[in-house]
Ligand binder design. Structure first.
Ligand code: GLA
Length: 692
C-alpha cells in the first residue's frame, strides 16, 4: 500500500481531532476521528499502514471521506453523476485547499468535464460537532446529471466490532431507539416521503458494541434537511465502516446546468467519549448554540385546543378554554385546525386561509384580543403545503398540486400536496401567511404537514425531480422571510406529530410537535429517543385527558404532568371537563414547571434507569432537577436509590421541597431515595440546589 502523501489536514474541536489526508490517487482518506492529537501526532498518522487490510486495487477501494463513483469503488458512493455523453466514472484531481481559522475546504476537479467538487469542514471553538457540506459546480459546457451528492461521508475508525443506533418509528410512535450489530454490506436509512418522516430520523450513531449511557466512544451524524434523504452505513468485508449521508433519494436526479452550483445541506458529525448520554448532551448543546434561532429563550407553557374541540371550534368555546388555560398558568393559547374556510371536518377547506365566516363573523380579532387580555400569547394552526380538493383554492388552481399525467391523484386524509417547488405557489403561500400575520397579532404558528407526497410529478417542468429539493428549499425560504418580517413570531414544526424533526427545520422553527400520541407512558419511550439528538426545549409535550384519546390508557394527572415536564410542557386536555381538584393540581404543576424549566430546557440531561424507575436528571449552574416515573413495582420490592451524575462530591445539595440536605458524594455513590408512592404510575419531581 503506497504511503499517504504529504497532503494532510487536521481539524481540532475542544476535545477531538479530525484528520484527513490525500492518498496517491487523490482519494480523501478520513484517517482520524477521535481524541485530540497535537499537530505532530496528527502528522505522524501518515506513516501508519493504509485504510484497508488488503487491497487488490492499489488502495482505490479504501473507505473515503469524499467518495466519488469511480474505478474499483464498488461500495456506496456519496457522489455519483452522469455526464452528457454517458460517462459515469469521476476522475477527481485535488486542485486547491482553502483554509480559514475554523473552516477547511478541499477542492477537486474532474478536468475533462469541468466538474468542480468542494467539500467543506467547519469546526467551532465550543462544540465537538463538525459541520460538513459539499458543493458541485458545473464549469463545463454541458449539463451534468447529479444522481447522488451526499453532504458527507464519515469514516469510522477501525474497531473490533460495530453497532448501529437508529431512531425509527411511525405515526404516533416516533423516534424510538434501536441498537443493532452493524451487518456487513449496506444499511440504508432514509425517507422517500417528501418530508423527514416518522419512520426514520436523519441521525445515526456507531459504537463498538460496548458503549453504555455513561461509558464508551460514540460517533454520530445528523443531517440538517427536511425533505427526502438517505443515510447509508456500510460495513465492508474488510471491517471498515463509513456512513454517507445526504439529501434526495434514489431514483431522483437533477440536471446541473453549465455554470450552476448545487449546495448540499449540512451534515453534522460528533465524536463523543462518555457514552450515549454524553453524545446526546453534546448534540443538545450544539442545537442550543448553533441551530435554534433564539438559543436562550425559554419556551412558554402552551395550551393547545385540538384534543378538546377538534373541528368543533367556535369563538365561544375557544374563549372558554383560554380562560381555563390562563387560570392554570398557560402562557400561549393555540387554536388548532378548524378555524378557516369551510374546514368543519377534514374533508374541506384546506388551502382557504381566511377565518370561517360562520364561526368568526368578526374575524379572529376579538378572540385574539380576549386571549391577549388574559395575558397569553395567541397561536394559530396552519397547514400551508396542503389542499383539500373541496376548497376554493383547488377549484381555482387544480394544476398547483403534485401530479403525474394519466395517474390518479391519491388522497390521504382527503388532501393533496401543493407543488411548493413552483415559484408562483411559493409566492402565493408567502403572501397568504404574511397577510394573516399582518398587524403582528398572531404570535405563533403551528405549521403542520399531514401527508407525504405521492404521484409527485410536475408536468411540463424541464427538470421535474427538482421538486424533491425545491419544495424544501422554498419552505425554508418562506419560513426565513416570515421570521425576518415578523421578528416576534415563533413557529412550531409539526407533521402529523414528529414527521418533520431535524436540524434543518429547527434552524427556522422554535419547537416541534413530538408525536400525536400523547399517552404519557408511550411518550417516555418516544421522548427518550428524541433526547438522543434534540434538546428538551424543542420537544413539545402536552398533558391530555385520561383515558388517553389515542390509547385509552388511564394515567394519573401527576404522572402525565411529570412526563410532559421533561420537554416544553403544554396542556392539551379538555379543561372544561377537568374537575376543580384537577385544575388546581394542574396549576400547581405548571407553577412547578416554571421554576425548573430553565434547567430542563437548557441544562444537561442524563437519563435515569434504576430498577423499574425511568427518569432524567437535568443540571444547570447550581440546580439539579430529577423527573422520574415508575409504572409499577415488582414483587413488592422497594424502589432502588437513584444515583445522580455530574454532582460535586464535596458539595451539599438542598432538596427544595423537603429541605433535606444531601452530600454530593452520597448522591453519586449510593443515590437519592425518590420516595415514590408504592402504587402504579408513581412519579415525582425533585429540585436540588447546590449549597454555597
Ligand atoms: C395533525 C397534528 C395534530 C393536529 C391535527 C389537526 O394530526 O399532528 O396535532 O394539529 O393535525 O388536523
Amino acid at each position: 500500500m503506497p504511503a499517504l502523501e504529504s497532503r494532510l489536514w487536521a481539524l481540532n474541536t475542544p476535545n477531538t481531532t479530525y484528520v484527513v489526508a490525500l492518498d496517491p490517487h487523490d482519494g480523501l482518506r478520513g484517517i482520524h476521528w477521535g481524541r485530540s492529537l497535537t499537530a505532530a501526532q496528527a502528522d505522524s498518522l501518515r506513516e501508519l499502514p493504509g485504510a484497508v487490510r488488503r487491497s487488490v486495487s492499489d488502495g482505490r477501494d479504501a473507505v473515503l471521506d469524499l467518495a466519488p463513483a469511480s474505478a474499483f469503488r464498488y461500495g456506496v458512493n456519496g457522489l455519483q453523476v452522469r455526464f452528457a455523453d454517458g460517462t459515469r466514472d469521476l476522475e477527481l484531481a485535488f486542485t486547491e485547499v482553502v483554509r480559514t481559522d475554523r473552516e477547511l475546504t478541499l477542492v477537486f476537479t474532474d478536468g475533462h468535464y469541468g466538474l468542480e467538487v468542494r467539500t467543506t469542514y467547519r469546526t467551532r471553538a465550543d462544540t465537538d460537532v463538525i459541520e460538513r457540506s459539499t458543493s458541485l459546480v458545473n464549469r463545463g459546457a454541458e449539463p451534468v446529471e447529479v444522481i447522488r451528492a451526499d453532504s458527507a461521508t464519515w469514516v469510522i475508525p477501525e474497531r473490533e466490532d460495530y453497532r448501529l443506533t437508529q431512531l425509527f418509528g411511525e405515526w404516533g410512535a416516533e423516534t424510538r431507539i434501536n441498537r443493532t450489530s452493524l451487518p456487513y454490506g449496506e444499511t440504508h436509512l432514509g425517507s422517500r416521503r417528501g418530508h423527514t418522516s416518522h419512520q426514520a430520523n436523519p441521525w445515526a450513531a456507531i459504537d463498538d458494541g460496548t458503549a453504555t449511557e455513561s461509558h464508551g466512544e460514540v460517533w454520530s451524524t445528523a443531517l440538517a434537511w427536511s425533505g427526502t434523504w438517505r443515510l447509508t452505513a456500510e460495513r465492508a468485508p474488510t471491517d471498515r465502516v463509513a456512513i454517507s449521508v445526504g439529501f434526495g433519494h434514489d431514483p431522483v436526479s437533477v440536471a446541473l446546468a453549465p455554470g450552476e452550483t448545487l449546495e448540499t445541506p449540512v451534515a453534522a458529525g460528533l465524536y463523543a467519549t462518555g457514552g450515549f448520554a454524553a453524545s446526546a448532551a453534546a448534540w443538545h448543546d450544539y442545537a442550543l448554540r448553533y441551530v435554534l434561532p433564539h438559543p436562550e429563550e425559554l419556551r412558554p407553557v402552551i395550551y393547545n385546543s385540538w384534543e378538546a374541540t377538534e373541528f368543533d371550534i367556535s369563538a365561544d368555546n375557544q374563549a372558554a378554554l383560554a380562560e381555563r388555560a390562563a387560570a392554570m398558568g398557560c402562557e400561549l393559547f393555540v387554536m388548532d385546525d378548524g378555524w378557516f374556510g369551510s374546514r368543519v371536518h377534514d374533508r374541506a377547506g384546506l388551502g382557504d386561509w381566511h377565518p370561517n365566516p360562520d364561526r368568526f363573523p368578526d374575524g379572529l380579532g376579538p378572540l385574539i384580543k380576549r386571549v391577549h387580555d388574559l395575558g397569553m400569547r395567541f397561536g394559530l394552526w396552519v397547514e400551508p403545503e396542503m389542499v383539500n380538493p373541496d376548497s376554493e383554492l383547488y377549484r381555482s388552481r387544480p394544476d398547483w398540486v403534485y401530479h403525474q399525467p394519466h395517474r390518479r391523484r391519491s388522497e390521504m386524509r382527503n388532501q393533496l400536496v401543493l407543488n411548493l417547488a413552483r415559484t408562483d405557489v411559493a409566492e402565493w403561500m408567502h403572501g397568504r401567511l404574511d397577510e394573516l400575520l399582518a398587524g403582528d397579532e398572531i404570535d405563533f404558528l403551528k405549521w403542520d404537514m399531514n401527508r407525504p407526497f405521492s404521484e409527485a410529478g410536475w408536468p411540463g417542468a424541464e427538470d421535474p425531480d427538482r421538486l424533491w429539493f425545491d419544495h424544501t428549499r422554498n419552505l425554508y425560504r418562506i419560513l426565513d422571510r416570515l421570521r425576518a418580517d415578523h421578528p416576534n413570531l415563533r413557529i412550531e414544526s409539526c407533521a402529523s406529530g414528529g414527521g418533520r424533526v431535524d436540524f434543518g427545520i429547527l434552524r427556522r422553527t422554535d419547537q416541534v410537535w413530538t408525536s400525536d400520541n400523547t399517552d404519557a407512558v408511550d411518550r417516555l419511550e418516544i421522548q427518550e429517543g428524541f433526547a438522543q439528538v434534540y434538546p428538551a426545549k424543542v420537544m413539545g409535550a402536552w398533558v391530555t385527558d385520561s383515558p388517553n384519546p389515542f390509547t385509552r390508557r388511564e394515567v394519573p394527572l401527576d404522572f402525565r404532568f411529570h412526563a410532559a415536564m421533561a420537554g416544553a410542557l403544554a396542556v392539551g386536555g379538555d379543561l372544561l371537563k377537568w374537575t376543580e381538584a384537577e385544575s388546581r393540581r394542574g396549576a400547581e404543576l405548571v407553577a412547578d414547571y416554571k421554576r425548573i424549566r430553565g434547567t430542563v430546557q437548557l441544562g444537561r440531561r442524563s437519563p435515569i434507569r434504576a430498577g423499574e424507575i425511568r427518569g432524567a436528571q437535568y443540571g444547570r449552574g447550581d440546580e439539579t432537577v430529577v423527573l422520574a416515573w415508575r409504572r409499577s413495582r415488582r414483587l413488592g420490592y422497594r424502589d432502588p436509590l437513584v444515583k445522580l451524575a455530574g454532582l460535586e462530591s464535596d458539595a451539599r445539595y438542598r432538596d427544595e421541597r423537603t429541605g433535606r440536605i444531601h452530600h454530593g458524594a452520597v448522591l453519586a455513590t449510593h443515590g437519592l431515595d425518590l420516595d415514590l408512592q408504592p402504587w402504579d404510575y408513581a412519579s415525582t419531581m425533585v429540585e436540588l440546589v447546590r449549597m454555597p
